[in-house]
Every structure is written in structure tokens, then in C-alpha cells.
Ligand binder design. Structure first.
Ligand code: PEP
Ligand code: MN
Length: 443
């Protein structure tokens, strides 16, 4: 089964692709990318697949997090470090609570392309092409900036390489030291208005670490962690150009990220994205929203994972807090009854977005939390495995989501709203979420 050519994929009319003014420039960018070194190795993708198989059995918990949309301007040490620090802090809390390894995945080093609900955007009477992520055009609302530019695909590669290089250095070079990460968590708990609630878990971790130190245990795992990259593989020009045949197995892998997923808007069974994804051997995800039926899920699984390989396929569900309990249960029930191998992950963000009267796209912290609780409830009532979660978050003190211990309200959003697409949990909200999900894991 050889991988379709880019022309064959385009003949399937992929949704959510930019309309480039100059097709020769697209070809030139694609040719350049085809020669670029891989960002990840196929063997690393296989390792992640094995870990996700453990997630689907309940022997590991998956934490994925990062921006809705990365930007080129934010490819700097501070931004990457802050995001990674919070993800590592969350992972320690979740590891302790789940008593199993946490598989850590960043929505980073490639998360630059966005599907949009409308092709055009109107502001103050002017209508221009919508911003589709830094991979496509500029955020600035001017006619020049909104023209899709294929050179940006090469820029995505370079930005992703720089980010991943930094991440790899951080997670092996002392930054991920468990005691250090726990010290940051202690600082967070001390400053929190909910200190008493979080102290319980933080205190238990403290005692566990002290015990390990007392007996002289100092395993390598205390000093380094595994971290994986992922993004929505939306732009087929880029993803196809970054697909290589692995010399060990002769099989195709997308070497731009360890894991890639299909978004809610591009998961049509006969669409170009599903056609591309069924050929690559990475672990893959598919977003499933409230319109997805159990039969949709089964057909996707049959097409994307015909061999029913464990760890290959993850369903990332995003129903919204109000619909998760009723909507998710029949899906999980039927997929499980059919013996389909899949890891179930909650995306508690995308079903809970709304716009404030002041024009900010936001989410309520309580809705995010409630969707995760609903996800756990559904799986527990069916005896299936709530495998993990994917959140949109940042390590910075932005004000994009409402609520949390800092009690950000609608008016507070204006203070520091920086996201170019969807609202992210800020540093404090992300850590609070980890402590609260820890309580759910221990229920
Ligand atoms: C996203 O993950 O940023 C996204 C666009 O999600 P979805 O495809 O679920 O809408
Ligand atoms: Mn998003």
C-alpha cells in the first residue's frame, strides 16, 4: 500500500487548505521540505505508539497540552520554557494521582495551521481572508498580510526544528529534574488561595520524594523525562512533504511530529486527510465532536486502523460540558462492544468556547473541569478507560479563559488576551486543573 501522491490527495479536494496565488512557489517550498532532515525518528513514533497502547489499557495516563496556535514570534526560550515547565508540573501531579506513568505530549513544534469556520473575516466594514495560522498567512488585518504565502511552510519547519531542539535539551538537561519540578509545585500551592485543597497531594508527593531520598534511590527517571511533539496535520502540502520512508521498516512516517491528529472539520471518511493518515505509521488522533455517531467512529477506526493495532488510534473527544455525558457514552459503548482498540482522550476545550459581549472568544474554567468530570463519569460507568486529556494552555499569565482561582471575569479578559485563535488556560489555571483532575483520578 504505497502512499498517495500530493496530486492524488489534492484531487480529493481537501478541506481547509489555503488558496495560494502562485502555485510554482508552493511547489518550490514543497521540494525544499522534501529534502529537509526529519524532526523526529520513526523509532520514536513507534515508542510513543507503545506508550499509547498502555494508555488504552489504563496502564498510563496521557497529558497533551500547548497553544491552540503557535506563532513564529513566540519561538523563543522564555515561551517554550514556561510552557514546558507547566506541563512538567502538571505531569508530576497527575503521575502521583494516577499511580501510572504520564505520557507527555506537547501541542508544539508544528501546531501552526488552523481550520476556520469562515474563509473570510470582516472588521469595521473591511473583508479579508481569515487568518489560518502562521503556517499560511499573517495575523495582522491587512490585505498584504492575509495573502497565503507558501514560504511560510518552510518557516514552520524551521520554527518547529528550533522549538523541538530546545524541548529536547530541556527535558534531558536537568530542567525536568523531579525535585525541581516539585519545588515549583510547592511554590504554586503556597501562593494559591486554594492552598489547603492542593496541599494534600503536594504534601504526599513531598513525603514520597523524601522517602526515596532517604533510602538512597536516585534513578535516571528523576532527572530526565520523555516528551513528544504533536500537531493537527492540516496542510497536506506540508505534511506530505514531511513524510519519509523509514529505512528500517520501509514504511511511511510523518517525520514532522511524533503524533499527528485529524481535526473535527477534516475527518470526512472519504476525505483527503483520512486518505493521507491511513498510510502513515505514526500514532494518530481523530477529534470527535457532538455530531460524531458511533458508526462514524467505527468507520474511522476500520479505515485508519484496519489491523486494530493497539496505540495506533486515539479518539480525542470534544463534546462540551453540557453534552459529554449523553453524547460520549453511546460512542464508547459501541466502539468497545465491537472490540476496537482505541485510546480515549478528553479535549475539554473545543466544545466549551463562546464569545463574550465584548468580543472575546473564551471558555469557562468550570466548564473545562466539568467536561473532564463527565468524561471520567462516562468511562467509569461503562468500565472503560479514561485515557487522558488534551488542553490548550500556556505557561504565561494570560487572561483568556474565565474563572479559576484567580477568578478572571469577562472584563478581566482584556487585561492580557494574547491568543491568536482559541483561549488558553494560563499558568495558574493549568496547574489548578492538574490538581483537580488528580482528585478525579483518585476517586
Ligand atoms: C484545535 O485543536 O485547535 C481544534 C481546532 O480543534 P477541533 O478540530 O476539535 O475543532
Ligand atoms: Mn483550538
Amino acid at each position: 500500500m504505497s502512499i498517495p501522491t500530493l496530486e492524488q490527495l489534492h484531487a480529493l479536494h481537501p478541506l481547509q487548505q489555503p488558496t495560494y496565488p502562485d502555485s510554482a512557489a508552493v511547489t518550490a517550498a514543497v521540494e525544499k521540505l522534501r529534502l529537509a532532515p526529519p524532526l523526529v525518528f520513526a523509532g520514536e513514533c513507534d515508542d510513543l505508539k507503545t506508550k499509547i497502547a498502555a494508555v488504552s489499557r489504563g496502564e498510563a495516563f496521557l497529558l497533551a497540552g500547548g497553544d491552540c496556535a503557535e506563532t513564529f514570534a513566540d519561538v523563543n526560550a522564555d515561551n517554550v520554557r514556561n510552557k514546558l515547565r507547566v506541563l512538567l508540573q502538571m505531569a508530576v501531579v497527575l503521575t502521583y494521582a494516577a499511580s501510572v506513568p504520564v505520557v507527555k505530549i506537547g501541542r508544539l513544534a508544528g501546531q501552526y495551521a488552523k481550520p476556520r469556520s469562515s474563509d473570510m473575516e470582516t472588521r469595521d466594514g473591511q473583508t479579508l481572508p481569515a487568518y489560518r495560522g502562521d503556517a499560511v498567512n499573517g495575523f495582522e488585518f491587512t490585505p498584504e498580510s492575509r495573502i497565503p504565502d507558501p514560504q511560510r511552510l518552510v518557516d514552520v519547519y524551521n520554527a518547529s526544528a528550533a522549538t523541538l531542539n530546545l524541548v529536547r535539551a530541556f527535558v534531558t538537561g536537568g530542567f525536568a529534574d523531579l525535585r525541581q519540578v516539585h519545588t515549583w509545585n510547592n511554590d504554586f500551592v503556597r501562593e494559591s488561595p486554594y492552598a489547603q485543597r492542593y496541599e494534600l497531594v503536594a504534601g504526599e508527593i513531598e513525603r514520597a520524594l523524601t522517602f526515596m531520598k532517604a533510602i538512597g534511590a536516585d534513578p535516571d527517571e528523576f532527572h530526565r523525562v520523555d516528551f513528544h511533539s504533536s500537531h493537527e496535520a492540516l496542510l497536506l502540502d506540508y505534511e506530505h512533504a514531511m513524510t519519509r520512508i523509514d529505512s528500517r521498516t520501509e514504511l511511511p512516517y510523518n517525520v514532522s511530529a511524533h503524533m499527528v491528529w485529524i481535526g473535527e472539520r477534516t475527518r470526512q471518511l472519504d476525505g483527503a486527510h483520512v486518505e493521507y493518515f491511513r498510510h502513515i505509521r505514526n500514532p494518530i488522533g481523530v477529534k470527535l465532536g457532538p455530531t460524531a455517531t458511533a458508526d462514524d467512529a467505527l468507520s474511522l477506526a476500520a479505515k485508519l486502523n484496519p489491523e486494530n493495532e493497539p496505540g495506533r488510534l486515539t479518539f480525542i473527544t470534544r463534546f462540551g460540558a453540557a453534552r459529554v455525558r449523553d453524547g460520549l457514552a453511546p460512542l464508547v459503548e459501541k466502539v468497545t462492544a465491537e472490540g476496537v482498540e482505541v485510546a480515549w482522550i478528553s479535549d475539554p476545550m473545543h466544545g466549551n468556547t463562546f464569545e463574550t459581549s465584548t468580543g472575546y472568544k473564551t471558555r469557562r474554567f468550570d466548564d473545562v473541569l466539568d467536561e473532564i468530570q463527565g468524561f471520567f463519569d462516562v468511562h467509569r460507568s461503562l468500565g472503560t478507560v479514561p485515557g487522558g486529556m488534551m488542553v490548550e494552555m500556556t505557561g504565561d499569565d494570560v487572561t483568556e479563559c474565565i474563572g479559576g482561582g484567580e477568578e478572571i471575569d469577562e472584563h478581566g479578559l482584556a487585561h492580557r488576551y494574547e491568543s491568536v485563535v482559541d483561549p488558553r488556560l494560563n499558568r495558574v489555571q493549568s496547574l489548578e486543573l492538574a490538581f483537580l483532575v488528580a482528585e478525579m483520578l483518585r476517586q
